[in-house]
Design a binder for this molecule. Structure first.
Ligand code: PGA
Length: 253
């Protein structure tokens, strides 16, 4: 069985280098299980610091990139820049970027192409906004448009994270997804990939779940063989909770 993947999405936290360093050092002071893939996605300004302090077993992800390599994009960061800082992964299309920053499916498609071109592993985030949205319609549209023009040779390097926006801890709904529903979304995503690229790609595609993951509920989500890991926001900043999440993830080996 493949290793479960846990991604810590720090979002726009913490507010100082000292705190960022403390988070990483406290994490490394624990005995981390070897049989999970642990990835930290800090804000851009801490990438270098985290890279220099996170040891070999933790990988690094950027939370976003622009679709161009360099040039007149004031305030933006390119995939080449984050790759040169040591990132192996990049989150693309997070719902906070889609809904707060106005990122469109077209921009997400361009970013994915750029990440593949530069050799980063993209973690494409998809998910419906409201619980009563048509999940099949939303996920089909988001996945298909994100992958428009992307070939089968690249899709083998893709990770998809299903994150229903209404279940994200800061969304304000207070609702939490159920493992059954998350699994049905993961299977749907595989089906869409299967239809686009063939069933062998769908079977190998890592599909993560994200949205209010805590040490209390992680096991129920990732115990599902169709769910390959978790994208963890708020709980990744709480050391004790995050350690428990990581340890729970390894039970599936
Ligand atoms: P959450 O965030 O775990 O705080 O709900 C997940 C995410 O937005 O990636």
């Amino acid at each position: 069985m493949n290793k479960k993947i846990i991604i810590a999405n720090w979002k726009m936290n913490p507010s100082s280098q000292e705190e960022a360093l403390r988070l990483v050092k406290n994490l490394l002071a624990q005995r981390l299980p070897k049989n999970i893939e642990l990835i930290i996605a800090p804000p851009f300004v801490y990438l270098d610091l985290v890279k220099k302090n996170c040891g070999k077993e933790i990988k690094l992800a950027a939370q976003n990139i622009i679709w161009a390599e360099r040039g007149a994009y004031t305030g933006e960061i390119s995939s080449l820049m984050v790759k040169n800082l040591g990132c192996s992964h990049v989150i693309i299309g997070h719902s906070e970027r889609r809904h707060k920053m106005g990122e469109t499916d077209e921009m997400i498609n361009l970013k994915l192409k750029e990440a593949f071109k530069i050799g980063l592993i993209p973690v494409l985030a998809v998910g419906e906004k409201e619980p009563n949205n048509d999940m099949i319609k939303v996920l089909t549209l988001q996945v298909k448009s994100a992958l428009e023009g992307i070939g089968v040779s690249e899709v083998g390097r893709l990770i998809i994270a299903y994150e229903p926006v209404w279940a994200i801890s800061t969304s304000g709904t207070g609702m939490i997804d159920t493992p059954d529903h998350a699994l049905s979304a993961a299977l749907l995503i595989r089906k869409i990939i299967g239809n686009l690229y063939g069933s062998e790609w769908a079977a190998d595609l890592p599909v993560l779940y994200g949205g209010s993951v805590t040490s209390e509920n992680i096991y129920d989500f990732i115990a599902q063989s169709g769910i390959s890991g978790a994208l963890v926001g708020g709980a990744s900043l709480e050391l004790q909770d995050f350690i428990k999440i990581i340890k729970a993830a390894k039970i599936n080996e």
